[in-house]
Design a protein around this ligand. Structure first.
Ligand SMILES: [Zn+2]
Length: 226
């Protein structure tokens, strides 16, 4: 067989393999340039950082409407949202999920300035990104609250979400590249407070930098950029 023909067959096989992989693992997000934090790394364990996040587990009933269509999941992405709701904190969102007020919607964590409430297990799909598409099938959904009722403190909420994201990256071996805004899946203006003109810009890059910093704190100073 001519060498060029073998090369062609090889190329086609590799392309098929890559398409297969990308379908199985989801799309490859663009690399986001960010300025690494110069803050000195303060080493701690994953469990120490988790306790700083203050995770409160409040799983929705397995038989409830929102969880009835869930599927098993191996997380490969972390999708960041904001609630676009000025009146509810993390526990109020949990109540709304539990009483069916949000229909089919569900997601893994809701973060506010005080805690992170976990609504469903991490080996189970939510419905928060793209109506059952790859964003839902492969990603852990984190909603950041925008409530103003007890005094708004976005930076605290964002910082808590960044720490939580770093611990999940470590536990599930997810690279920073695969930490994406909801915008990535559907071009929705979400998380709105961290986008500029509906698109990722310097605020999103700042958030990535915070996640990278906290990841280095629990990973012997090393990043996982993907
Ligand atoms: Zn969203």
């Amino acid at each position: 067989m001519a060498r060029s023909k073998i090369a062609l067959i090889f190329t086609v096989c590799m392309a098929a393999l890559m398409v297969g992989c990308s379908q199985q693992n989801g799309p490859r997000p663009p690399m986001v340039a960010f300025k690494p934090s110069t803050q000195q790394v303060r080493p701690r364990s994953v469990s120490q950082m988790k306790s700083e996040v203050r995770i409160r587990r409040e799983f929705m009933s397995p038989g409830c409407y929102a969880r009835r269509h869930s599927k098993p999941m191996k997380p490969r992405f972390i999708t960041i949202h904001s609630t676009a709701n000025r009146t509810a904190g993390a526990m109020q969102h949990r109540k709304a999920l539990g009483n069916g007020a949000l229909g089919k919607l569900n997601w893994h964590f809701t973060v506010d300035q005080y805690m992170a409430v976990q609504n469903i297990p991490l080996n189970e799909t939510g419905r928060h990104a793209d109506k059952g598409g790859p964003g839902d099938r492969y990603s852990i959904g984190i909603e950041m609250c925008e409530n103003e009722s007890r005094g708004r403190n976005y930076p605290r909420t964002w910082d808590r979400a960044a720490k939580l994201t770093a611990t999940l990256m470590k536990e599930y071996d997810i690279s920073l590249r695969n930490v994406v805004p909801h915008y990535f899946w559907t071009r929705k203006n979400c998380p709105e407070p961290l986008l500029e003109g509906g698109r990722p810009g310097y605020k999103w890059a700042w958030f990535k930098s915070r996640v990278d910093y906290y990841y280095r704190c629990i990973n012997n100073g090393r990043s996982n950029l993907g």
